[in-house]
Design a protein. Structure first.
Lengths: 255, 510
């Protein structure tokens, strides 16, 4: 029995693999370009800094990278009524769960691999300047590790960022399951995070923003505290649950 | 029939609240007596004295408001079930409740005025024009009288305006409580009344009532707090909010225009409403921020909203704000394109002579939506710009940075460029949609805009320009702005021309 389920997941993975590959290549190229140009335009004191400066602009589109390539199978399974045929062989909920698991697994690997590659690229090309007084990374979370042991930090950071990517992908999958408009379904997570970023920035609450949780050293070190990041993550999880409940109720009412 | 009911309700209000009104009368006499001493010291005349008594905010907040709150709550909770079933509907009942209270309150306040005038008449001489109250820079009473005198030289006009504002504020309160009583629950009325009272006291004793004027009731009933202390923009916002509550309680709903099926399928009413709410939200955010910074000037709101970003002044918030303003309607157009693709076999689409004609009609809907959006939004900005003045911080900063004064003429020029760019963005979006799809088109436009924000040398690619970009373009010796405007106009005309031409081509016999 388990083998059948594994095969289903594998089939789902194979379905998304081309999109995964394309998005991974695009994400990597954009990140490399940004890291490379940051290395030339900024004062670099530690080898990880090109990655820190370079990943920031790319992270504006992070919600798109973590949803666009992974959520479409769930949307089309629903919109093309494929689940009705599947229900004869397997429970539709379970089938969707396998599809979603495949999307989440690939999303995790994409974010992890691209970011660790970005960190390694940064270490490789960094033009560090010595004998210059500049800002230290010591005040940030794992600041010493960022300065002294960037490879280990890169591994930890990529893992953490991949987890955040999973959260965004989950929201995207929920929307893909319930929303029938393709445009809205694809762009809703990006729009939500974009608006949240704007609202928290303009109200001076950027420290609690969800965007702050996945942009490395985004704000001043005095406000980049674990509890602030956790608030952002909790709020996003609550939002995801709320969206699921609202959409499920809406669908129930319409049926 | 309503007038009869209102008359009997007005009588009932006097009779049922005798004790409370007597208490209020005693307090009013006490205030009139204590103010008399002060008025003699300042050598005031009769109407200035009456004004001083009636606009005393301690009397209004600590005596008049609590007493009237009890009367209002009793008034709207007293309707029996037998009475309720006699009305045509609940809206009519609320209309009668509010109108009777307003009529009663007007009579009551006029009688209060007469009482104060009678108390003051033996001591003070009647006067038509206000006295001079200068030289009292630190005297609260003289400052207050001076503010009213600068509002109107005739104190009787000031008195009537202040009393009218009392009536407006308390009618708003009645309307709000009546809505809660009839639409939510009877028990909630008292809770809401208590919350309003507590909020009023909190707002009065802190600066919160200046920062969030619509939330605190003192701004709805005390004229000099609403207008002189908070400023004209806050005052208008408060009055509009109050009128909105009264209209809703009177059963007013926006008229439902009969939209064609195609309109509803392209840009629905809900989309238009959401667009408007987001833009109002953006304006309110800036308004509250400036109010908090005590730098309220409607011109400042306009400049902050449309500032954008340029090579010298790179602001992420500026970029996001201008992106939201420019791409919000494009987002809804994208939604509509996706919806039309999804339901392209609907009978409504088959009514058109040809596919090209259908496309042309849909395109016209989008163009009309963008023009209306740009027209309403930018028209509102022009009005706000004209209300404000040049002393705003941002006006000065712009002048110091560019050496160009943002005059009304120049601002209208900027507005026309914004309008043209919005139209260009729509056409660019629809053009890319034809080649790829709506998701790629919107993401592509946002990426392009973000790149032009990030890379200073690519500012000519900026498709969501703010005031800063336009000023930068103006300063350049190379006529970049003219070239941009010309290219955008050509692109728009060419696209629309080609789409129109397709109808003709489809109708030709082959």
């Amino acid at each position: 029995m388990n083998r059948i389920y594994m095969r289903l997941i594998w089939k789902s993975i194979k379905r998304i693999l081309p999109a995964w590959l394309i998005s991974s290549v695009v994400y990597t190229l954009v990140l490399f370009f940004s890291v490379y140009s940051s290395n030339h335009t900024s004062l670099i004191m530690y080898p990880i800094q090109p990655y820190i400066y370079g990943s920031e602009p790319v992270d504006l589109f992070f919600p798109l990278f973590t949803t666009l390539p992974f959520v479409w199978p769930v949307f089309f399974l629903r919109i093309n009524n494929f689940l009705e045929y599947v229900s004869l062989r397997i429970k539709p909920g379970r089938y969707i769960a396998y599809q979603a698991s495949a999307s989440l697994i690939l999303c995790f690997f994409m974010v992890f691999l691209v970011n660790i590659t970005g960190v390694l690229f940064s270490l490789l090309i960094a033009n560090t300047v010595n004998n210059v007084q500049g800002p230290s990374l010591a005040g940030y979370i794992l600041g010493e590790m960022q300065m002294m042991n960037p490879v280990h930090f890169g591994l930890l950071w990529s893992f953490y960022k991949a987890i955040i990517g999973l959260l965004i992908c989950t929201l995207g999958l929920i929307l893909a399951y319930y929303v029938k408009n393709m445009f809205l379904m694809f762009l809703a997570p990006f729009t939500v995070i974009f608006l949240e970023n704007f609202l928290t920035a303009i109200t001076g609450l950027a420290r609690y923003s969800f965007t702050t949780t996945f942009v490395l050293n985004r704000l001043d070190s005095s406000v980049m505290l674990p509890k602030n990041l956790l608030i952002g993550i909790y709020m996003f999880i609550i939002l995801t649950f709320a969206v699921q409940r609202i959409l499920a109720r809406y669908e129930h009412q319409n049926n | 029939m309503n007038i009869k009911i209102i008359k009997s309700k007005v009588n009932n209000l006097f009779l049922a609240n005798k004790a409370l009104l007597l208490l209020n009368f005693c307090v009013l006499c006490y205030i009139a007596g204590s103010v008399r001493e002060t008025a003699i010291r300042y050598q005031l005349e009769l109407f200035d004295y009456a004004l001083l008594v009636l606009v005393d905010h301690y009397y209004v907040l600590y005596c008049l408001l609590p007493i009237l709150l009890i009367i209002i709550t009793k008034h709207i909770r007293n309707s029996s079930d037998i009475e309720k079933v006699r009305y045509r509907n609940i809206n009519q009942m609320m209309r009668v409740e509010i109108s009777s209270f307003t009529a009663w309150l007007s009579l009551y306040l006029l009688s209060s005025l007469l009482i104060v005038l009678l108390i003051g008449l033996p001591t003070f001489k009647p006067n038509l024009f206000a006295g001079t109250f200068s030289g009292g820079n630190h005297d609260e009473i003289l400052l207050l009288l001076d503010a009213y005198a600068s509002f109107s030289r005739m104190p009787i006009v000031s008195i009537l305006t202040a009393l009218l504002y009392h009536v407006f504020g308390l009618t708003t309160l009645t309307a709000l409580l009546s809505l809660v009583n009839n639409k939510i629950h009877q028990r909630a009325t008292i809770s809401v009344a208590v919350i309003i009272l507590i909020l009023t006291f909190i707002g009065f004793h802190t600066s919160l009532s200046n920062q969030f004027p619509i939330l605190f009731f003192s701004n709805y009933i005390i004229f000099h707090r609403g207008l002189f202390i908070n400023g004209a923009p806050s005052f208008f916002l408060t009055v509009i909010t109050g009128l909105g509550i009264i209209l809703i309680a009177h059963g007013y709903r926006p008229p439902k225009m009969k939209a064609s099926m195609l309109k509803e399928l392209t840009i629905s009413r809900k989309m238009k409403l959401t667009t408007m709410l987001v833009i109002v939200g953006l304006i309110l955010i800036d308004y509250f921020q400036l109010n908090y910074e005590r730098n309220l000037n409607s011109r400042e709101i306009v400049i902050r909203l449309m500032l954008g970003t340029n090579t010298e002044f790179r602001s992420f918030i500026g970029w996001i704000k201008s992106s939201l303003i420019y791409y919000l309607p494009i987002f809804f157009v994208g939604l509509s394109v996706s919806k039309i693709n999804q339901y392209q076999e609907l009978p409504v689409f088959m009514r058109f002579e040809s596919y090209a004609k259908l496309n042309w009609n849909i395109l016209l809907q989008y163009v009309s939506y963008i023009l209306r959006y740009a027209g309403c939004f930018l028209g509102g900005l022009i009005v706000m710009f004209l209300i404000g003045n040049n002393s705003s911080f941002m006006s000065k900063a712009l002048y110091e940075s560019f050496g160009v004064q943002l005059t009304t003429f120049l601002f209208i020029g900027c507005v026309l460029v914004f309008m043209l760019t919005m139209m260009f963005n729509l056409i660019l979006f629809l053009f890319v949609v034809k080649v790829t799809n709506e998701i790629v088109a919107l993401v592509g436009i946002i990426v392009l805009s973000f790149i032009s924000y990030l890379v200073p040398g690519l500012s000519f690619l900026n498709i969501n320009p703010g005031i800063l970009t336009i000023f930068e373009d103006i300063q350049q010796t190379f006529p970049l702005l003219h070239i941009k405007i010309t290219l955008m106009t050509i692109f728009i005309i060419a696209f629309l021309g080609l789409e129109k031409r397709k109808i003709h081509a489809c109708n030709q016999t082959h």
